[in-house]
Design a protein around this ligand. Structure first.
Ligand code: DC
Length: 214
C-alpha cells in the first residue's frame, strides 16, 4: 500500500508522514531529502546547476538506496547537513531542472517498489506515484509554517531568523508552485488538510479516519 503526502515547505508534512508511517507500520521516505542531498553534493563538489555537463555527471555518479529506516546517498546515510537555509534554496533551484527531476522521480519509484510506504514530497500524488492508494495534501498559512520551521531549526541547534525564514518560505512557495515541471499542487484526488489551527494528533486522527472510510 502506498500513501502520498504532499505540501509546501514547513507545512508539517514531514512530521505527519513520519508519525503516520509509524502508526501504520509502513516505511517512510522523504523525497525532499533526495533533492537536498543532491544539492548538497553539487555544492560540495563544485558542480554548477547551470552546466548541463555537471548535471549529467552528478546524475551518472549518484546512487540512492534505502536501508530501513534510513535513506542513503552513495552508500552514506543522509544527515542534518542538508537542513541549512543555503541547501533549502539550492534544492528548490535544482528542483526546476528537468534532468534532475526525471532522475529523482525514477529513483523514487524504484525505492517505492515492493514495500508498504508513506512517501512525502511535492509531486508524489501528481507525478511520482499517481496510483497511490491514498493521497493527502498538507498545508498551513505561510506565517504558521515559518514559525514551525524556526522552532525546528532552533531544536537542531541551527541559528535562525524568523523574518528570513518567512521570506525563504515565500520564495520557495513561488519557485515550487510556478515551475513548469511537476509544480507543487494537490492531486485532483488528494484530500487537502489545512493544519494552521490543527494540532498534530488531530491531523493524524483525521487521516486515519479518512483512510478507514474511503
Ligand atoms: O520538503 P523539503 O523542504 O525538504 O524539500 C526541499 C526542496 O526540494 C523543495 O523546495 C522542493 C524540492 N522538492 C521537489 O521539488 N519535489 C519533491 N518531491 C520533494 C522536494
Amino acid at each position: 500500500m502506498k500513501v502520498a503526502i504532499d505540501g509546501p515547505a514547513g507545512s508539517g508534512k514531514s512530521t505527519v508522514a513520519k508519525l503516520l508511517a509509524k502508526e501504520l507500520g509502513f516505511e517512510y521516505i522523504d523525497t525532499g531529502a533526495m533533492y537536498r542531498a543532491l544539492a548538497w553534493k553539487m555544492l560540495k563538489h563544485g558542480y554548477s546547476y547551470e552546466s548541463k555537463t555537471d548535471i549529467e555527471k552528478v546524475i551518472q555518479n549518484t546512487i540512492f538506496s534505502f536501508e530501513s529506516p534510513n535513506l542513503l546517498m552513495d552508500n552514506a546515510t543522509i544527515g542534518d547537513e542538508i537542513r541549512t537555509s543555503e541547501i533549502s534554496l539550492l534544492a528548490s533551484k535544482i528542483a526546476t531542472i528537468s534532468e534532475i527531476r526525471a532522475f529523482l522521480t525514477r529513483e523514487q519509484r524504484k525505492l517505492a517498489e515492493n514495500r508498504d510506504l508513506v512517501m512525502e514530497g511535492r509531486d508524489i500524488g501528481t507525478v511520482v506515484l499517481p496510483d497511490a492508494d491514498y493521497k493527502f495534501y498538507i498545508t498551513a498559512s505561510p506565517e504558521e509554517r515559518a514559525k514551525r520551521r524556526y522552532n525546528q531549526l532552533k531544536k537542531m541547534g541551527i541559528d535562525a531568523d524568523f523574518n528570513a525564514i518567512l521570506r525563504e518560505i515565500s520564495f520557495r512557495d513561488k519557485n515550487d508552485s510556478s515551475r513548469e515541471i511537476a509544480p507543487l499542487k494537490p492531486a485532483g484526488d488528494a484530500i487537502v488538510i489545512d493544519t494552521t489551527e490543527m494540532p498534530l494528533n488531530e491531523v493524524i486522527k483525521l487521516i486515519l479516519k479518512k483512510m478507514k472510510f474511503q
